[in-house]
Design a protein around this ligand. Sequence first.
Ligand SMILES: *Cc1c(COP(=O)(O)O)cnc(C)c1O
Length: 342
Amino acid sequence: MQKKDINWGELGFGYQVTEARYVSEYKDGSWDEGRITEDANIVLNECAGVLQYAQTVFEGLKAYTTEDGRIVCFRPDLNAARLVDSCRRLEIPPFPEDRFVEAVVETVKANAAYVPPYGSGATLYIRPYIFGTNPVIGVKPADEYQFRIFVTPVGPYFKGGVKPIVIRVSDVDRAAPHGTGDIKAGLNYAMSLHNIVDAHAKGFDENMYLDPATRTKVEETGGANFIFVSADGQTLITPKSGSILPSITRRSLMYVAEHYLGMKVEHREVLFSELDNFSECGLCGTAAVISPVGKINDHGREICFPSGMEDMGPVTRKLYETLTGIQMGHIEAPEGWIKEIL
Ligand SMILES: *Cc1c(COP(=O)(O)O)cnc(C)c1O
């Protein structure tokens, strides 16, 4: 297979159209058999459920070329299961989990020429999503849906090396208790856009959301979970709350910390007042794997992590290198984590 003539090293994190995408339609109570199509555009009625009442959910994962030239993706079964959870919450008929994984494999195969080569730092980002398509004007779930997957090659998240970021404590809340914070839905992102634009305008990279009920506990950012390292470097601590999106990267890092690095792992409520005790802080998600956080600004008071503003802290780096090593195939993966595509 001839790779596309793309300058892989220069790619950013943006959308680039490729030749093939997957589509399956839901009608009369069932999903059709699905197919690959070349048409990147979708024609919808003006009153489609997704356009009027935001009935849509999505996923995000990546395919990689390993050192020995295979194309693989990372734990797609967890994306399949999470998409089902998201669907249930928004009254969308779930797409079957086994078919989800098959559809990811089929879509990546059809776009193999766009999977960046090993060592380029770039990866193939995979975006599955479902949305209500038929006209809905009275408030109710749609009767017809599309499940789609497109892919786009993306560059290394941090060009020219990883630099710790600066985040601020947000005055706006992300997700109500017992709300929709734990599902992957566009509605959770629409509300975050104003706040992230404002954060950037004021010189911050991200917003740290606290629990809306008490504003004393750490939740997450707009699109990534937090990880913290204890002062002695022995424990990985991650916030637990019913309104945090269950990140697959975070769950994988907890496993890596315990089983590869011999650390203790705590998944529990994390008080904002505890942050001064931690030695390292990071954001985790599929896009960047881990972004180290150097500083948190709480209305002018700065919490500066001992790992500083120059580089990832030592524990964060070990976690990052181990997990990316597993993904790229040069560290042995736990059973079932790597799905072979080609
Ligand atoms: C997607 C997402 C994450 C990261 O999840 P991964 O499965 O690790 O990519 C974290 N928080 C939110 C709100 C998200 O939408």
